[in-house]
Design a protein around this ligand. Sequence first.
Ligand code: AMP
Length: 277
Amino acid sequence: MKVVTTIADMQEARQRLTAPVGLVPTMGYLHEGHLSLVSQARAENPSLVVTIFVNPTQFGPREDFKAYPRDTEHDLALLEKEKTDIVFIPPAKEMYPPGFDSWVEIAGVTERLEGACRPGHFRGVTTVCAKLFNIIQPDIAYFGQKDAQQAIVIKKMVADLNMNLKVVTLPTVREPDGLAMSSRNTYLNPEERKAALVLYQALTLAQKLWAAGDTDADKIRREMLALIKREPRAKIDYVSLADPETLEELGRVKTPALASLAVKIGTTRLIDNVVLE
Ligand code: AMP
């Protein structure tokens, strides 16, 4: 496994890779969710590149960029075990040198849900992904359904800007009790960890109501909200039942539909989703 930190070294190493090249972009502090993407990418491609970059431009000024958990040594050991060919870990000033002034901005799907709560977030995500795609030139990039809107936005960018790669979305990996794995779960104290289950419980409730024949989206959203409000540590950012392509809120639940939510547990903001289909 080769670890590279500069764009020049990454581009040089890329030239010696056998196509197709699979790419898994991450912010590190790797868990089983990340590793499911890595192992699938490993199985499907003769060459595998993983990136670790806590991207400052996708964090708002009052968000957790500085506190975001980091453990490069442990990440590298895990990636070595997965037989990764190249790990690209650039410092922030390599990706954003002085004078950097270009942004990739996707309209429409970025304006709802996470985009509405986190202004500028998706501009940071699409800019860094466009840069990583240009530098690494992957044939297939792998993203997690955990960040459903992010995967939708990246697919839109790739289609709209004619980028020459395929984007694959893989299922959310959960803890045994249902909590979606996330690097941010590490912020939760034991009481908050228990309270955090309310996200999955609300999504499971949506699934149950819909499976029982309920198609009134407002009613399902109301029941999800009521369930979450019973948890005193939870503060709701949004609860949504939306079209999985446009992310427009639904009146009647048709299939497939994306049930998603963002909830703060104490000071930790968590997101999760399920597809009703
Ligand atoms: P992050 O390091 O949080 O930026 O995540 C890197 C990639 O891993 C993204 O495509 C995420 O959607 C994906 N990912 C994060 N958590 C999970 C999970 N629990 N299950 C599946 N994929 C995940």
